[in-house]
Design a protein around this ligand. Sequence first.
Ligand code: HEM
Length: 538
Amino acid sequence: MSAMPNLSNMWPRLNLFFFQSLQLPFALPAILAYVLLRYIYRKYFYPKFFTPLKPIPLATPTPPKNGKEEATSTRKGVAALRHAAATIPNNGLLRFYRENDHSEQVLVTGIKALNEILVLNASSFGKPESVRRRLYSFAGNGLLLAEGETHKVQRKGLMPAFSFRHIKDLYPIFWSKSRDLVKVLEKEISGDASSKSDVIVMRTWATRTTLDILGLAGMDHDFRFLDDPNNLLIQQYEKTQIPYSRTEILIGFVLSLFTSNYEAILPLIPIGRVRLLQEGAKYIRQVCRELIQEKWNKMSNAESQSGVDIISAALKSDVFTTENLVDHMMTFLAAGHATTSHALQWSVYALCKHQDMQQRLREEVRNHLPSISDPESTVTANDVDSLSYLHAFCNEVLRFYPSIPATVREAMCDTTIAGYRIPKGTGFLIPIGLVNHDPELWGPTASTFDPDRWLGEGRGNSGGVKNHLGFLTFLHGPRSCIGSGFAKAELACLVAAIVGRFQMELEDPTRKFELSSVGIGTSPKDGVRTRLKILNGW
Ligand code: HEM
């Protein structure tokens, strides 16, 4: 296909000419005039006259009329687009302009367009540079960021480690860490008189547990974060929760006046949060390197070759160097712990909101699984997966509150989608949370939290959705989540253990709901402050 003329490229060339011709005394007024003109051009002229995406209908986000909708993991800004998508006739794509910098993005609303971007033509769409730079420091240069042939080879090498044949051997690890979590929570709410409180912040414990699980199931190493809150490694991950400082926000704003690429530049300026993240990433990389080295040494001993952890399984494929594995381990830790921690927090939130479901789930768990209080008890994949209500509840949590409610893509070359011509560099928003709640796919009860939709003939794995792309929590296609089976099994064990042992309610059910979206994914801002009561007899 011949390259399309891209009128949006006109502006950088004008910039250069403009700045080259500046004389010092005129600099300030000239810069101000430039900023003003650029603002007017981007806000009023570009969307109307110059954008090459003009044939795609324009959406203006409109906030929901009824403010009493059930809380979800989707941010308000994206949710506002849902109303536009429902009312403006469109062919699966809508153009919109972000509020903060007027940058242009395309919202993908139709299944056909989603299929083209995620499955059929996936190699033409990658992660934008701004996202890659932001993720690189903590997630390493692993599977999440690899592109093209490198991605294909590495994914193929890692697949056996994430196949069900292998994941089923990890259930006992998930169960033993679920028991550790229950024990630590019991201790928290029955501590000495001065510290005793029956309220816990779920996020604190969920994050430590999911990191511990990744240590054991990923590298055969017990970090023991649940017992050691001052652990240096966990403190590095906590840095990802630090919001941008005022100075960084100001620098971002000033940069945005001059370039639409400012989000890719910000992570390169080593101040404030960026510097802390860089230091943290260095520490995490070093720990992963030492653990992989330890694993190599163990593996060269013939007797230790049967490890069930992911790195042992990956090492058998002979595809990876030590440094590759360090990057992959960093990716698994970053991509796998916060997401599953969010899912656990949303599960507890949903259980508190729906006491009837809590009771029903507890009965199923107590009737079919061994007591979590028994230090010798363990479970098999079959034990956990045969609990139909547990399976339905966890699937509904993942549908209703996807840990990553939206992701982005950028066209890597000129291409077409849903019949529209798309120039290289076009940004796309994949609204996972909106698709998961789409009434056209999920029926009129799409916006109701209802685990029962996953029960009944042929519904166990589909929830009754009309097209399998409608369940987008782990995406689909060659860039779908490789850890989805791992995450589902882990979540089922954690939820079963907690609901079996504790009665849960929100500390303050009347508190206004707020969402936190710092770091990877979203969860309730207060970390789900939960009142726990131990229930004996299991
Ligand atoms: C509830 C838990 C989880 C959710 C909701 C989730 C969701 C996702 C999503 C939406 C993506 C695609 C991101 C994008 O390309 O824009 C992704 C990719 C990925 N996830 Fe997960 N994830 C979860 C747990 C895990 C776990 C436990 C692991 C590892 C042990 C993991 C490892 C990965 C990796 C390596 C990728 C990149 C795959 C590739 O590009 O080939 N995830 N995940």
